[in-house]
Design a protein around this ligand. Structure first.
Ligand code: SAH
Ligand code: SF4
Ligand code: F3S
Length: 477
């Protein structure tokens, strides 16, 4: 990587790719890897669809609404393609991600303007698939036997720098848990851990390019396992130790964890590693043991609360976040009350909450005791009111404290930066405090639903969205 900037570009980019991303952080990461792979093949990234020769929709299948958006978007893009037909800049349209994996050929049947459909396990083949699509529609939704990461070049310094001082790094992918509501085991396949050396190489490339904070990604990131050079078995806690030893790394995070994989080495890492941020996203989904069983979660509400207690003992200032589903089949008023109760007991710093959405092919969709939509709506509103109170209280408790903030990007005015607190809150602060990439001490003087205000910063207008549903489009992993 050292000589990276001195090497001539293999090929001057002549064409442009526009990628629209839905879904979780892993889709965001995948989009960057696809963009990088295509750049090596002559496609420069663009942020305007009209400017593109290739449009990719990197899609999410988690809830019905997410999947439907793909088709409404495709309708609009088809019109753009029609205006470009017969010109010297024809438009190629691709669907990637979890809808691609789940629906495959069906996407081209429903929307004939689509030229290629590529699942999450084969996007390293994108450049050749794009070329082949010139002679007819292509579908590649194999669970590839080869490791896609072995085939993707490490990101280049310039590409990483364009994305800022924080970065995602997939270390684990797929899921063997088969919760009865969830499509992920079908769209992302079986649990796979990337090897230690491969992860360290990618982390070094990110750090070399100025990244200060790395968030490790996995659908079940704490199921990551590997071996070190001596053949010793490792868990995620050990991996965090290896990463923490890399010179230049300032902050580490990981998402999303499953309660069943919350091993001792990981809890101890929260106690022992300063650069591991005090934040744990640990979804429980529901508070009733009957519903947890029917969801096939493999843990009870007491198991969950005992993990939270152990984590808080190891790292008292840790912020807990989670995901909740309301209206799973068979959920009674009492079951929902148990969800409210586990939320009260956990006391979340942030939590995403969703109405149960029936997904084709999952056991939940076959269950006969589906909950009425109006009941789901009413329960979600009550839950979100409680979660919003908890989030506001968590943020308000920061007022008067001096906290470490990683400066990330420009704020709304020319004299502001936006940074990130250890607990993942956005912090607005004056530019006089430092430069992008610096970690600085900030005196918190005010708190809003989604952000903190540092001394000397101007009060920003209130955020327009609801804190607990802010990420309906970019869901948690
Ligand atoms: N791997 C993570 C979650 C992945 S999906 C875990 O094990 O917790 C992200 C979130 O979407 C889930 O935590 C769940 O809250 C929500 N979700 C998944 N399937 C859903 C469905 N069918 N309806 C509503 N929400 C769903
Ligand atoms: Fe796997 Fe998480 Fe989906 Fe459960 S909710 S099946 S653990 S991805
Ligand atoms: Fe796939 Fe992530 Fe959505 S794994 S289904 S893009 S939440």
């Amino acid at each position: 990587m050292q000589n990276d900037t001195k090497k001539p570009e293999p090929q001057a980019p002549t064409k442009k790719v526009f990628i629209k991303t839905w879904g979780c952080q892993m889709n965001v990461y995948d989009s960057t890897r696809m963009s990088d792979a295509l750049e090596a093949d002559g496609y420069a990234p663009t942020t305007t669809m009209e400017d593109a020769d290739l449009v990719l929709l990197n899609t999410c299948h988690i809830r019905e609404k997410a999947a439907e958006k793909v088709y409404s978007n495709l309708g609009r893009i088809r019109q753009l393609k029609e205006t470009r037909a017969g010109t010297d800049r024809p438009l190629t349209i691709g669907v990637t991600g979890c809808v691609a994996q789940a629906e495959g050929q069906e996407i081209i049947r429903r929307e004939r303007a689509v030229d290629l459909v590529v699942g999450p396990q084969t996007y390293h083949r994108l450049p050749e698939i794009v070329t082949r699509s010139k002679s007819g529609p292509q579908v590649d939704t194999e669970y590839a036997v080869e490791d896609k990461f072995e085939h993707l070049a490490l990101p280049k310094k310039r590409q990483v720098q364009a994305r800022g001082v924080t970065a995602f790094l997939t270390v684990q992918e797929g899921c063997d848990k088969f919760c009865t509501f969830c499509v992920v085991p079908y769209t992302r396949g079986a649990e796979v851990s990337r090897p230690l050396a491969q992860i360290l190489d990618e982390a070094r490339a990110l750090i070399d390019a100025g990244v200060r904070e790395i968030t490790l990604l996995g659908q079940n990131v704490n199921a990551w396992h590997g071996v070190d050079g001596t053949g010793r078995e490792l868990g995620l806690g050990h991996l965090l130790h290896h990463l923490a030893a890399l010179p230049g790394i300032a902050r580490l995070r990981y998402v999303t964890s499953h309660p069943r994989d919350m091993a001792d080495d990981l809890i101890e890492a929260h106690r022992d590693l300063d650069c591991l941020m005090p934040y744990l996203h640990l979804p429980v989904q529901a508070g009733s043991d009957k519903i947890l069983k029917s969801m096939n979660r493999g843990h009870t509400s007491a198991d969950y609360l005992s993990i939270i207690n152990r984590v808080r003992e190891a790292r008292p200032d840790i912020a807990i976040s989670g995901d909740m589903i309301v209206g799973f089949p068979g959920e009674t008023d009492d079951d929902f009350e148990a969800t409210m109760e586990i939320v009260r007991q956990t006391n979340y710093a942030a939590c995403y909450s969703f109405k149960y959405s029936m997904r084709p092919g999952t056991p939940g969709a076959e269950m006969t005791d589906q909950v009425d939509e109006a009941v789901k709506t009413e329960r979600l509103a009550r839950l979100q009111a409680l979660l919003s109170d908890q989030q506001k209280a968590f943020n308000a408790a920061c007022i008067g404290k001096t906290i470490d903030v990683l400066i990330e990007k420009p704020g709304r005015t020319e004299d502001q930066w936006i940074g990130r607190s250890p607990w993942l809150q956005s912090v607005v602060m004056p530019r006089t405090l430092g430069a992008i990439g610096d970690i600085v001490s900030v005196d918190v003087i005010a708190a809003q639903a989604n952000s903190l205000m540092g001394a000397g910063a101007q009060l920003a207008p209130p955020a327009s969205h609801n804190s607990t549903s802010q990420n309906m489009e970019t869901a948690t992993l």
